[in-house]
Design a binder for this molecule. Structure first.
Ligand SMILES: O=CC(=O)O
Length: 345
């Protein structure tokens, strides 16, 4: 797990360390007097949450353990049936096995909007509530989508690397970027994030079209029920939809070939929306123009072949991790758990 944390980086926020007062308060009580809260994989958000809530919970940090869950709980001397709540985010899966191990589990709180890391079928089998406390994240994710697009189209990161490598005199031999104005943008998933992306890109003079589960009333952008056709009419595809069995690999080789050699893909949804092996091939063979990727199919693993490609901009599933949103999300998670525990005691 340490490697995972290193790979994704740990965010440090002022105030993320528990205050002395909180620690003292905590130390006065025996750990067993605190409500156990099993914490799955939010290494980024968790320090803030812990600092603000250390007086309420005994945190069982499964994300920092290398061993299977049952062994972790045994090592912590925790009875699995004492656990009613899990706090998680997409970094670590909440599998059916984990859920089955916890007979009293009643709620899973995820700080993400997406819930594809949680086995929802198993949750519904056991009547476990799943609460998303992502907060108002659409604008933050849309900012990142536009940032990735501008970066890859205007070659900002590539130019930055070029300048640093070349040194102080102005390098002139970098290949040209492109205009964003006039690009035809196909948005896959016109929900809150997709709509926020469209609003932003309209200001850049792009024209919008979209694919969604169904055509939306009162939206004037052309609707495409078929993603290959959408790609064929687009210069850019921006993926903003959630990952489920219908959308897994919604962008496959056929879609990428339809998008074409000058086409760009931005993915701020989930890695599994794109067939990543095919994406690598298409990027390396020049079948598409470039990609801006915030998410990957097998996170936290990022295919290393991408590192040498100048037409790719990478970000570590970072789009909704603005500092403002972190605090909002922590607050919502704390409130949700508080309501849950106060109504279940
Ligand atoms: O990926 C982030 C989220 O689902 O909120």
């Amino acid at each position: 797990m340490e490697n995972i944390l290193k790979k994704w980086g740990i965010y440090q926020f002022p105030g993320a360390q528990p205050s002395m007062a909180m620690e003292d308060k905590h130390n006065l009580k025996d750990d067993r007097e605190f409500q156990p809260l099993l914490v799955f994989g939010p290494p980024t958000i968790f320090p803030i949450f812990e600092a603000q809530n250390s007086h309420n919970y005994r945190f069982l940090k499964a994300y920092s353990s290398q061993v299977p869950l049952h062994q972790f709980l045994t090592e912590q001397k925790v009875d699995p049936s004492s656990i009613q709540a899990i706090l998680c985010n997409p970094v670590q899966k909440v599998s059916a096995d984990a859920i089955r191990l916890l007979p009293s589990l009643r709620i899973i709180v995820t700080t993400s909007a997406g819930t594809d890391h949680i086995d929802l079928v198993e949750c519904s089998r056991h009547s476990i509530q799943v609460a998303s406390t992502a907060g108002d994240h659409a604008g933050d994710v849309a900012d990142m989508a536009v940032g990735l697009l501008l970066d890859v189209v205007c070659k900002i990161s590539a130019a930055d690397r070029h300048v640093r490598k070349r040194g102080p005199s102005m390098p002139l031999n970098l290949s040209f970027g492109f205009k964003l104005k006039g690009k035809r943008v196909g948005i896959v998933g016109l929900g809150k994030i997709g709509t926020a992306v469209a609003e932003r890109l309209e200001a850049f003079g792009c024209s919008m079209m979209y694919n969604s589960r169904k055509e939306k009333a009162f939206i004037s952008y052309p609707f495409y029920s078929n993603v290959v056709e959408l790609a064929g009419d687009s210069d850019v595809l921006v993926l903003c939809c959630s990952l489920n069995e219908e959308t897994r690999h919604i962008v496959n080789r056929e879609v990428m070939l339809a998008l074409g050699k000058d086409g760009f893909i931005v993915n701020v949804g989930r890695g599994g929306l794109i067939d990543e092996k095919e994406l690598m091939q298409c990027l390396m063979e020049g079948e598409i123009g470039g990609a801006g990727l915030d998410v990957f199919e097998n996170e936290p693993i990022v295919p290393t072949d991408l590192f040498s490609l100048d037409n790719v901009v990478l970000s570590p599933h970072n789009s909704s991790f603005t500092s403002d949103l972190f605090h909002e999300s922590c607050k919502l998670a704390a409130e949700t758990l508080q309501v849950f525990f106060s109504s279940s005691s």
